[in-house]
Design a protein around this ligand. Structure first.
Ligand SMILES: [Zn+2]
Ligand SMILES: [Zn+2]
Ligand SMILES: [Zn+2]
Length: 194
């Protein structure tokens, strides 16, 4: 297959979630090579992190306070004829040992124990350079300034993918353009769905 079936399921406050479908093209030279495909996919996921975080004014999935950090889990089926990766993202008020972070880690360990499978590896989003604290989820993906986090209804999203919040899109385009064209759909929901 020439593309990766990538689904990002992101969870925020009060069981709110979004499901984002992406179809990045797999570079021809690595098609069929699972180890190279994995390396390429995990690099891509790190690259996507900022876009996935800055799509809305998420609240913490546990305490509903404004979210600044994320907890990622990855499930991958890159050996299949149609390579597939799911990424589960919990938006959190604070990570790195915070109470809400501990709770999310506990939940994922419990789920892994029930399924009899080892918990999937975690890929934490690194602290962006030039800032003292992780930016708000709803802030601009380029300048990361808290004051750019608008109210949910007024958030300004990229006109191409309708996903990433970008107030200074022209400056961010070099970074974001690679992600923008891979986004196929975004579905907003409250879980469980009524
Ligand atoms: Zn919290
Ligand atoms: Zn900005
Ligand atoms: Zn875009």
């Amino acid at each position: 297959m020439s593309d990766l079936d990538l689904t990002i399921i992101t969870y925020g406050e009060e069981s709110r979630r979004a499901e984002i479908a992406l179809r990045p093209k797999i570079p021809p030279v690595i098609r069929g090579n699972i180890s190279q495909l994995n390396d390429w996919a995990f690099e891509l996921i790190r690259y996507l992190g900022i876009d996935v975080k800055h799509i809305d004014n998420w609240g913490c999935a546990i305490c509903a306070k404004p979210a600044r950090e994320t907890h990622y889990q990855i499930a991958s089926w890159t050996h299949l004829p149609q390579p597939k990766i799911n990424i589960y993202v919990n938006h959190l008020c604070a990570a790195a040992g915070g109470e809400c972070h501990k709770q999310v880690i506990g939940q994922s360990q419990a789920m892994a124990a029930m399924s009899g499978m080892p918990p999937p590896p975690e890929a934490p989003l690194p602290m962006p350079s030039g800032v003292e604290m992780f930016p708000l989820a709803g802030s601009c993906a380029h300048c990361l300034k808290d004051e750019t986090a608008a109210t949910t209804s007024a958030i300004s999203r990229c006109s191409g993918c309708k996903m990433t919040s970008v107030n200074c899109q022209k400056n961010d385009w070099n970074r974001h353009k690679k992600v923008c064209k891979t986004v196929k759909s975004i579905r907003w929901a409250v879980w469980p769905e009524m």
